[in-house]
Design a protein around this ligand. Structure first.
Ligand code: S3P
Length: 184
């Protein structure tokens, strides 16, 4: 499973009838790859941050500032469960923190979903990630924060992943192909 070009071992093709869920750190490219994958498979895309913003009419940053991280994490769980409950197979770009809650990890394990960890080395993430409106965690010391978060979360991404795809030095198109190979 840790081999970036590994295939699913259960004999089922993820492009058939189950959701494909992309997990990974901020900057790994979940949203861009999710869009490309959804277009290629002709499926809907659920992006958790976008769902939260649409649902609340507020930005991630506004929610974070007004209600705090734990309120944001609750919304994150709700949107994940809703996306996983979609009747048609979809592509789900799950926000970076989705693996933090045990309930989310359990939902991913129990859903009819193939979970792909888009893994990037921390140096690549540091290079790619920009402070952004939806990334209040990176306001101070983005590099140190990313390094600490990676160390804290690596095992959790590993735990939920059915397949792992490296994004280092690869374009969105290359990663998308690798995801399709990984779960076919
Ligand atoms: C977060 C990741 C962000 C966003 C929020 C928190 C995290 O989403 O949900 O800033 O804890 O990793 P992306 O992974 O889409 O950047």
């Amino acid at each position: 499973m840790t081999d970036p070009s590994a295939s699913a071992t259960d004999g089922r093709d993820c492009t058939d009838d189950r959701h494909v869920v992309l997990v990974g750190m901020m900057g790994a490219g979940k949203t861009s790859v999710g869009r490309a994958l959804a277009a290629q498979l002709g499926r809907p895309l659920f992006d958790s941050d976008e769902m939260i913003e649409e649902r609340t009419g507020r930005t991630v940053r506004e929610i974070w500032a007004a209600d705090g991280e734990s309120a944001f994490r609750t919304l994150e769980t709700e949107t994940l469960l809703d996306a996983l409950a979609a009747p048609e197979p979809s592509v789900i770009a799950a926000a970076g923190g989705i693996v933090l809650a045990e309930a989310n990890r359990r939902a991913l394990a129990e859903a009819d979903a193939y979970v792909v960890w888009l893994v990037a080395s921390v140096d690549v993430l540091v290079d790619r990630v920009r402070r952004g409106l939806h990334r209040p965690l990176l306001d101070d010391d983005p590099e140190g924060t990313l390094r600490r978060m990676y160390a804290e979360r690596e095992g959790l991404y590993q735990e939920v992943a059915d397949g792992v795809v490296s994004v280092d030095h690869r374009s969105v198109g290359e990663v998308t192909k690798a995801v399709l190979r990984c779960c076919a």
